[in-house]
Structures are given as structure tokens and as C-alpha cells.
Design a binder for this molecule. Structure first.
Ligand code: SIN
Ligand code: CO
Length: 377
């Protein structure tokens, strides 16, 4: 367990000099580190159909990818291989705890924690990611090479699913041992090769695509805007070629469009987008009823399920809470409960009693129950 582990990092200097800009190697990230999940436990997760896992195997110049669930025989291979298990924080509280060390970056930017296990020489090949990642070395050692800056024009090897770079130009290399941490910003080529058996924890981040943001924002604008606004061309000049769409008409259309886009658009689409869960959430009406009953029967503890995505936003109208992609407008009185839930992820005793006594907070807890964002014990 890594219960006592405290990441020793100057947050201000990191955010100023490295975040989204350049890699950082942090050796011996702090006393008390030990890998929060063993390779055996990880392999066990990869046997489960409900867990997303992949296996990457290198056969000379060819890379093979297989999707889980796996069985023990899948791990008997002649070539070096790597097992990658997604969202391990959903299944292991200790792995989820790792994320707390990165809470200086808001949770909505955080992705699930991926954990890899590799045999000697195992690697997923040289590649780049579109997201920031902290690579925390668990068991064993891995040699990380950092390379060139990449983008969508960087040539990839032909493969349906793997995005392995055709060329890799090593700029720096580091041998990481247990507790060492390497931050890699988006777009920087990296290539980790296991030196003996090892596990690596990828504390990854996510960022919405601008194209997705435009889609959500314009959906919201369309919901708000009147259908009774039309292209207008009072005072137009006489047409000389009646079949022609004149460039001036197109420019006028663009100008009218720009004016329509200036209107204030409710911005809850952003929180809804960034709290969308990656995996389907199983909601059972009977379970929700039982949880509600437990909540009001006294002495309950409420907590955020490990997969829950919860965030909130405060503006002049009050608080909007985003729970697994749904938004709820609340009064400011929900804030104490929200602060505790987002920080500690649980709430009980007198703090829960006062939360339930406040009408807005009680309504919020009901909404959280309905959206799969609350466990009650
Ligand atoms: C790995 O753990 O092997 C791969 C992680 C990464 O490169 O993002
Ligand atoms: Co990567």
C-alpha cells in the first residue's frame, strides 16, 4: 500500500515550467511509496470481462494487440509483452488514492488510472499521447526514452489500433525504479522498455477536443435561440446574373452568423461534457430505493463510487453540480457537502445529518443517487 506516500512536488513551479510544456523526472517521489497494486492482482483484474484490458506483444518489427479478458495461458508467451489495464482506480481504492496526490490539478481534468505490467523487454512501442500523463514506476525498473515533439502529421506504423511512431529520435533517457515519476506532456514521443518484470502506473489526464466543445456549445445555442430569426438583406443591390450566389451575399451571411453567435450561451454544457463517464453506469431502481432508505434510516455513510465523475461550478445564479454528465442547479447551501464529497469522497455523522436537513442539499443527494454518483452504507 502507498497510504503514507506524499508526492514531493512544488506545484507552483511544476505548473509554471512543466505542465503541458516539458517533461519532468522526479526521482524518489517521497518516502513511504510502495506499489498500490501487485502484478498478480493486476493480472487477476485482466481475467474479468468487466475490466478493459489489452496485451501488446512485439514480434520483431511487428506489434500485436489483443483485447481482454485474458486467461493464465495468455500470459505464456515467447516474445516480450505488456499487459495494460484501464481504470484500475475503479477497482482498487489504493490506486484511486494515488490521484489525491495530483489534486492540485482539478479532478475534471483527470482521467482514470491505467496500470501496465511488462515482462523483460516488454513495451508498447514508441508513441505519443494527446494527453498529459504522470508515469509512476511501481515494481521493477523501466527504461524510458523521451523523443521528439509529435502531432497528427507524425508518421505511424500501419496498424488498425496501435499508434506506434515510424521514427523515434531519442532526446533523453532515464531508468526509473520504484517510486520514480516521469511527467510527459501531450505530443512528446516516449518509449518505455521493461528491464526485468515491472509495473507502471499512468496517472493520465483528459481534455475535451475543441471540435467536441464547438458541437456542445452550438447544441446549447440552438436550444436557446429563436427559430424566428432569418437571413436579411434589406437595401441589397440588383442582381445582374440571377443564378449566382454573390460573394457579398455569403459574406453578409457570415456577418449575420457572427452576430447571432455573440449572444450569451448557458455554459453548463462544459461541465456536462467533462464529467461524462467513460463506462456505462449500471443503475438499478431497486438499489436506488434501498440506498435512499438507508440514507434516511440514520447512521449512514455516503461516498462517491470510485468511477463517479463529480464536479461543480459557482456563478452568480448559485451552484451547478455535474454528476456523471448530468447537471443540477442548486442553491449555495449545497457547498459544504460538495466540498467534503469532492475532497474526502465520503460524508457521515453530524455533517451528513446537516446535509440532509438542508432542502437543497437533500435534493442534490437524491440527484446524485439517481445519476449513480452516490453509494450509501
Ligand atoms: C506503459 O505503461 O507501458 C505505457 C504507458 C504510456 O506510455 O503512456
Ligand atoms: Co504513452
Amino acid at each position: 500500500m502507498s497510504g503514507n506516500w506524499q508526492l514531493n512536488l512544488d506545484h507552483t513551479a511544476f505548473l509554471r515550467d512543466h505542465w503541458q510544456r516539458k517533461p519532468l523526472l522526479i526521482r524518489n517521489t517521497g518516502a513511504g511509496f510502495s506499489p498500490p497494486i501487485s502484478s498478480d492482482h493486476l493480472a487477476g483484474l485482466a481475467f474479468e470481462a468487466s475490466v478493459e484490458s489489452r496485451l501488446v506483444e512485439q514480434c520483431g518489427d511487428n506489434w500485436r494487440l489483443q483485447h481482454g479478458p485474458f486467461c493464465a495461458a495468455d500470459f505464456e508467451r515467447a516474445q516480450p509483452w505488456t499487459l495494460l489495464v484501464q481504470a484500475v482506480d475503479h477497482f482498487s481504492a489504493a490506486v484511486g488514492e494515488l490521484q489525491r496526490q495530483f489534486d492540485f490539478i482539478p479532478r475534471w481534468r483527470m482521467d482514470d488510472v491505467m496500470v501496465s505490467y511488462a515482462v523483460n523487454g516488454g513495451s508498447v512501442g514508441p508513441h505519443y499521447d494527446n494527453y498529459d500523463v504522470f508515469l509512476l514506476q511501481g515494481e521493477g525498473q523501466r527504461l524510458w526514452r523521451l523523443g521528439q515533439a509529435c502531432d497528427e502529421h507524425s508518421a505511424l506504423l500501419p496498424h488498425d489500433e496501435l499508434r506506434i511512431l515510424q521514427d523515434f529520435h531519442c532526446v533523453e533517457e532515464y531508468l526509473l525504479g520504484p517510486g520514480d515519476l516521469l511527467y510527459v506532456p501531450p505530443g512528446i514521443a516516449h518509449w518505455g522498455v521493461a528491464q526485468g518484470e515491472c509495473t507502471t502506473f499512468s496517472i493520465g489526464f483528459r481534455a475535451p477536443q475543441l471540435s467536441e466543445m464547438i458541437a456542445r456549445w452550438s447544441d446549447q445555442l440552438l436550444l436557446q435561440m429563436t427559430q424566428e430569426l432569418f437571413y436579411s438583406d434589406a437595401g441589397r443591390a440588383a442582381a445582374t446574373r440571377p443564378g449566382e450566389i454573390h460573394a457579398g451575399d455569403v459574406n453578409e451571411a457570415l456577418a449575420q452568423l457572427q452576430r447571432a453567435l455573440q449572444q450569451p450561451v448557458r455554459n453548463q454544457w462544459f461541465g456536462e461534457l467533462v464529467t461524462e463517464p467513460h463506462y456505462d453506469i449500471d443503475l438499478d431502481a431497486g438499489d436506488i430505493d434501498a440506498a435512499r432508505e438507508a440514507l434516511y434510516s440514520g447512521g449512514a455513510t455516503i461516498s462517491l463510487p470510485r468511477a463517479a465523475k463529480l464536479a461543480w461550478q459557482q456563478d452568480s445564479d448559485g451552484i451547478t453540480v455535474f454528476a456523471n454528465g448530468e447537471s443540477h442547479t442548486c442553491g449555495a447551501s449545497v457547498l459544504p457537502c460538495l466540498l467534503i464529497l469532492c475532497d474526502r469522497r465520503d460524508l457521515f455523522g453530524p455533517q451528513l445529518d446537516s446535509a440532509l436537513a438542508d432542502t437543497d442539499t437533500a435534493r442534490l443527494l437524491e440527484n446524485l443517487l439517481q445519476s449513480g454518483c452516490l453509494d450509501v452504507e
